[in-house]
Ligand binder design. Structure first.
Ligand code: URP
Ligand code: ZN
Ligand code: ZN
Ligand code: ZN
Length: 483
């Protein structure tokens, strides 16, 4: 059965043009005028774009004494409802646990996924076993390794461990990712705040100011450079971190920054809310920032110094957030956004003129696919690419509300925001998961996307690092000692 999307305007990261799209067996098989198929999807007045890719989710994540409440079933359905057709989640070995055992756990969790997915592997501890298993992990199609520089005492790794792991990534043609916050300083500041009676959710933000993120980002960049690896900085939330990334890029270092939709539109005033629940629901790391940082992040998207917009979707219910009543360090860190990332970015970015439609596609899909080395299978409207597509209605509107969301939690940090621009149809490998705005996703439809190592940037960088590596100077003679 061949489906054809007719009468729409294709918008990619670099082109906008009118054409029909023909789909067969889950793939795009033709693009051009006047195509016909067995089933017609009418895209009149709409844009046809590559489905969103969210490079940063935590579905059913074991964290801070609980599990995040959206699992691969509800989380991927929420993704599809908002136009995202692929998510990349983090396999998290417990310290001491085999990476391959952790991978089995994530394989099991993801069986219910309604859209395609891939994994990053977290490096949460270090020894020879981890070094060895990183190779087996890359052979399983995972070319990205995450390092937490925060969460001291649980997920955090130290500089020596990070340096070892980054060097291993360079050898394997893989890319390290960092959660960049100085975990030692956060731990010390948290203890001091608690001792002084600062126990509420606002103290979470006081405990991790922009300096701890800027410092850690710069440190990770320098360590990656010494290791000969590129670097992807997740949830870049402030000018200090963006500044470090920008400077590194201008110096030719291969570094990418990923702002979250939350940090682009929500700010630290949320933590001053008189309702404890309201503030706690917004506790995440890094925290929401002073509004001035938002201009920096938007400028980064427009100029290309920041590359991808993610959600870090890690959804906890109000009941879970209340574990931290009386002690902000026990509030599970994380917020949702999978369903809202595209409509909010379109409304606050494209509709305001901060970014173009093509930049929107780049930062929500194409750039991500390139960094992760799954382009053009994903992130493209090209013949041969997977038919992961969004038919986007720029005139459709809604007010974001927890009452009508797909996500399993009982609130939404974007509650009340009016969006203009919504998916009318969403296709995941040709299957219509959103039909005229109605979700009809199928649990278990999602497939694992294997991603090879040695992407073009990894290959170029290792060539350059080899060429410029320290070498002994060849001399014709060595003077006799003691002369
Ligand atoms: O607060 C957050 N971001 N929770 C999820 C885990 C992480 O740090 O990404
Ligand atoms: Zn993080
Ligand atoms: Zn995260
Ligand atoms: Zn299917």
């Amino acid at each position: 059965m061949r489906k054809v999307i007719k009468n729409g305007t294709i918008v990619t990261a670099d082109l906008t043009y009118k054409a029909d799209v023909l789909i067969e067996e889950g793939k795009i098989c033709a693009i051009g005028p006047d195509l016909s198929g067995d089933e017609v999807i009418d895209a009149a007045g709409c844009y046809i774009m590559p489905g969103g890719i969210d490079p940063h989710t935590h579905l059913e994540m074991p964290f801070m004494g609980t599990y995040s409440s959206d699992d691969f079933a509800s989380g991927t359905k929420a993704a599809l409802a908002g136009g995202t057709t692929m998510v990349v989640d983090f396999a998290l070995p417990n310290p001491g646990q085999s990476l391959l055992d952790a991978l089995k756990v994530w394989d099991n969790k993801s069986a219910q996924a309604a859209c395609d997915y891939s994994f990053h592997m977290a490096i949460t501890w270090w020894d020879e076993q981890v070094f060895d298993e990183m190779k087996a992990v890359t052979e399983r199609g995972i070319n990205t390794f995450k390092h937490f520089m925060a969460y001291k005492g649980s997920l955090m790794v130290n500089d020596d461990e990070m340096f070892s792991s980054f060097k291993r990534c360079a050898e394997l043609g893989a890319t390290p990712l960092v959660h960049a916050e100085n975990g030692d300083l956060v731990a010390e500041m948290s203890a001091k705040l608690l001792a002084e009676g600062n126990t509420g959710p606002e103290a979470h933000a006081y405990s991790r100011p922009a300096q701890v993120e800027g410092e850690a980002t710069n440190r990770a960049i320098m360590i990656a450079d010494m290791a000969g690896a590129p670097l992807y900085v997740v949830h870049t939330s402030c000018e200090e971190s963006h500044e470090a990334i920008r400077r590194a890029k201008m110096n030719g270092k291969r570094v990418w920054g990923e702002p979250l939709i939350q940090h682009l539109v929500l700010d630290e005033s949320e933590y001053a809310h008189p309702d404890w629940d309201h503030a706690a629901r917004r506790v995440m790391s890094p925290p929401f920032r002073d509004k001035k940082h938002q201009d920096s992040l938007w400028a980064g998207l427009a100029s290309g110094t920041l590359s991808c917009v993610a959600t870090d979707h890690c959804a906890f219910t109000t009941e879970q957030k209340r574990y931290g009543i009386g002690d902000f360090t026990k509030i599970p860190n994380g917020t949702g956004g999978l369903e809202d990332r595209l409509p909010v970015l379109w409304s606050k970015g494209v509709n305001t003129g901060r970014i173009t439609m093509n930049e929107f596609v780049a930062v929500t899909s194409t750039n991500i696919a390139k960094v992760l080395n799954c382009y053009p299978q994903k992130g493209a409207v090209l013949v041969g690419a997977d038919a992961d597509l969004v038919v986007w209605d720029p005139e459709a509107t809604k007010t974001i509300a927890a009452d009508t969301q797909v996500s399993a939690i009982d609130y939404n940090v974007f509650e009340g925001i009016e969006v203009k621009g919504l998916p009318k149809y969403v296709l995941t490998r040709g299957f219509v998961a959103v039909d005229q705005g109605r979700l009809q996703a199928q649990e278990g439809h999602g497939q694992f996307v294997a991603r090879d190592p040695n992407g073009t940037v990894n290959t170029a960088l290792s060539k350059w690092k080899d060429l410029t590596a320290p070498r002994p100077v060849v001399r014709s003679g060595i003077p006799a000692s003691g002369v």
